[in-house]
Design a protein around this ligand. Structure first.
Ligand code: F6R
Length: 603
């Protein structure tokens, strides 16, 4: 939540920071702000609302400087307002701060500083950082950062400028991401790589409680004892094009369309000769008697799909746990448990906490992560990267698909190692998986029926998604996608559960989306479809084994044939498109749904 960026170099920092904030806006969009340092001291513009409001303000009140920091906010403490927007300044206007995270002991610090006569202007937890750093500043910014960080409890990624040390931009992080970008014309700090990709692909990843001191032509790192540490910049392979809309109206549609490539590259990363292959090969699966998959939101839904695949192929018990629950339940995991963490960002606070709890209890941890160098990627025992590239739309699509396919491949490898499948079966399964990119591409060439049907659904008050077995698991994702971006209430049910209560919600014209890719269960789901139709529902029936003919209350969408275990990769594309077109027809801000942020780095 919240995105921060900072720049010091030979160019005007303002356009660089505003452009970087655009690429971080997925992290929060309640308000935004920029501060630059120049010969007049700090100049600050901050504004409630999205970045366009800030840009409009800057065009009225231009500011300029060769060093600056910027912030896009997802409010946690204090309502979205101009005064609560970042950057925050100390009361003597000597220190400016941008902060991503939550300071848990901010009230105590605030009270202490107020007793010393320091006046606060905002309701945020973040302002205490600026005030405290100003209070501690003794002429040495590294020492000030150490003292300030030692006083803070909670999570933070900070960018700080100090008037008394005008050539230095300083950064530190704990439990929130921060990278340092190194370029020819200057140096950067940012919450995420896409923010700096227009200028550089050479980045250093800060670990918790490491300090970076940037000047326009140098970058130094220090530990909390003030001792220098060395970091070599890494080259990021993501391209700037992947962080642009590329002619699409929304990032979400562009990212849906990118899925054939993402599937192909992720499959290749395991079947070819890359790191993923090496890591999967090195896993000794015979030591595990149980697998726990833990994640949040869509990543949890990917885990739900994976449970069916692992259990069917490996005949091993798989539990899927919400990371926010797992972390507090004193989970029963130990040395014979494999805990799989699934996360696009690798920075979700609950998933990080679940990972640390699993490790504390001695479990082996494998992560399926998209963002290189993220906390989860760095801290798990084994890290598998999805090849989705930067995902900008808040609602995940391509990263979800990449998670699915990587989990399928992991399951096939485990099944083979455990002796549960023959070489012949393995080859057949791998060939089914390898066919997914082509089938996904074919599906994406005929999106009109989904778009047309979705256009007729904008007035729905509530939409139900049903399926059986693995089709139920993907129904969960269809339902989440819809409510997230269209603001239509939605729930997913296992088809057999309807009669246990939910069916009372079905009335004339209720829309039910039914998924049917498990041929052996076709008659079962079809009987659920008939039950809701006879109670007045309209049904959109999506699948590859549908025998029913379309009718007044029934529309069908045919999917390509595929092994039922991998069918979620195709049905989800249809479900993503359905949600997208419902939301597009409602004229909503699809890439930035209300109240959400892409990277949930707070509890
Ligand atoms: C939904 C969505 C969220 C994320 C969840 C976990 O479209 O994107 O539900 O899946 O916040 O995020 P990561 O995968 O970054 O841990």
């Amino acid at each position: 939540m919240c995105g921060i960026i900072g720049y010091t170099g030979t160019e005007n920092a303002v356009p660089i920071i505003v452009d970087g904030l655009k690429r971080l806006e997925y992290r929060g969009y309640d308000s935004a702000g920029v501060a630059v340092m120049n010969e007049d001291g700090f100049e600050v513009v901050k504004q409630k609302g999205c970045l366009s409001a800030l840009e409009a303000m800057i065009s009225i009140k231009p500011i300029a400087g060769f060093m600056g920091i910027g912030h896009t906010r997802w409010a946690t403490h204090g309502e979205p307002s101009d005064v609560n927007s970042h950057p925050h300044l100390g009361s003597q206007n000597k220190i400016a701060v941008v902060h991503n995270g939550i300071i848990e002991n901010y009230r105590q610090i605030k009270e202490r500083l107020e007793q010393k006569g320091i006046r606060f202007v905002s309701q945020t937890d973040s302002e205490v950082i600026a005030q405290l750093a100003e209070y501690y500043h003794d002429g040495d910014i590294v020492d000030t950062m150490i003292r300030t960080a030692n006083a803070l409890e909670g999570s933070y990624a900070l960018g700080i400028m100090c008037l008394d040390e005008p050539d230095k931009l300083v950064a530190i992080k704990k439990d929130n991401p921060l990278i340092v970008g190194v370029s020819e014309h200057g140096n950067f700090i940012a919450s995420d790589v896409p923010a700096v990709l227009a200028h550089t692909n050479r980045v250093c990843y800060l670990n918790d409680r490491e300090i970076a001191v940037l000047t326009k032509n140098s970058v130094e790192f220090f530990n909390m004892d003030g001792e220098p540490i060395y970091k070599e910049p890494e080259t990021v392979t993501w391209s700037i094009d992947s962080a642009e809309k590329g002619g699409y109206e929304h990032f979400m549609l562009k990212e849906i369309m990118e899925q054939p490539r993402v599937l192909k590259e992720t499959i290749q990363s395991v079947l070819g000769d890359g790191d993923n292959r090496r890591i999967i090969d090195s896993l000794d699966v015979s030591r595990f008697d149980r697998i726990v998959i833990t994640a949040c939101g869509s990543a949890y839904n990917a885990g739900m799909v994976a449970k069916y695949v692992f259990e069917r192929l490996c005949r091993v018990t798989v539990e899927v746990e919400l990371a926010s629950e797992f972390r507090y339940k004193d989970p029963i995991v130990g040395q014979s448990t494999l805990v799989i963490l699934v996360s696009q960002s690798g920075e979700t606070a609950d998933t990080i906490a679940a990972m640390r709890e699993a490790k504390r209890k001695g479990a082996a941890t494998v992560s399926v992560v998209n963002v290189i160098g993220s906390t989860i990627a760095r801290e798990t025992d084994y890290t598998l990267y999805t090849m989705a590239g930067p995902e900008i739309a808040v609602a995940t699509t391509k990263a979800f698909s990449a998670q699915l396919v990587l989990l399928y491949l992991l399951a096939v490898s485990f099944a083979k190692k455990l002796g549960k499948i023959s070489k012949e079966t393995e080859d057949r399964l791998l060939s089914d998986i390898a066919s997914l990119p082509g089938k996904a591409a074919g599906l994406l060439k005929r999106i009109d029926p989904v778009a047309k049907y979705a256009a007729g659904c904008v007035g729905c008050k509530s939409i139900f998604f049903i399926g059986r077995n693995i089709d139920y698991a993907i129904a969960l994702e269809g339902s989440l996608k819809l409510k997230e971006i269209s603001y239509i209430h939605s729930e997913a049910y296992a088809g057999g559960e309807l009669k246990h209560g939910t069916i009372s919600l079905i009335e004339d014209n209720t829309l039910v989306v039914a998924i049917s890719c498990c041929e052996r269960l076709y008659e079962k789901i079809y009987s659920n479809v008939e039950q809701v139709i006879s109670r007045g529902a309209r049904v959109l029936f999506i699948g590859n084994c549908i025998k029913a003919e379309p009718g007044e209350q029934l529309e069908t969408i045919e999917l390509p044939e595929i092994n039922e275990l991998f069918a979620p990769s195709l049905s989800v594309i249809c479900l993503q498109l359905f949600s997208y077109y419902v939301a597009a027809n409602k004229g909503l801000d699809i890439d930035k749904p209300r109240n959400l942020a892409k990277s949930v780095t707070v509890e």
